[in-house]
Design a protein around this ligand. Sequence first.
Ligand SMILES: [Zn+2]
Length: 156
Amino acid sequence: MNNEKKFILTKELGRLAKWLRIFGFDSVYFNSSKVSSLKILALRENRIVLTRSHWFEKEKHIKVIMLESEHLTEQLRQIIIKLALKIDEFAMFSRCTVCNTLLEQTPKEKIKDKIPEDVYNSQNVFNVCPQCKRAYWQGTHLDNVARVIEEIRDRK
Ligand SMILES: [Zn+2]
């Protein structure tokens, strides 16, 4: 995995947090205005702060990326270029998009009651979040992901 960079996102960036998780990046979504707690967490866990908030403009002790755009694909592109990240297909879909926990592959019989019948019949690989118990399968976000990656690459 190339995805060793870890992030912490301020509360205006919930959608971006979800997308970084889809790409496999460890991304904490900090849904609170307690800037000092956020900074402590960033320092302790060596996380890069992603933000559009001016609270962080003069920050010297933590690494901060000030996102210029309010558009998701622009934000993703800025981060990818700035940190020279690669989108790693093997890391994709490895994390829960809701709570950031690493997913675990699960035999589908175990989660039969949690997934639609047509999905159960047509898919074989299922992952479950050990934290929030959400089930994922191939195709959960696949169409969207292909579109977003295309948009990121288009304008490079
Ligand atoms: Zn989860």
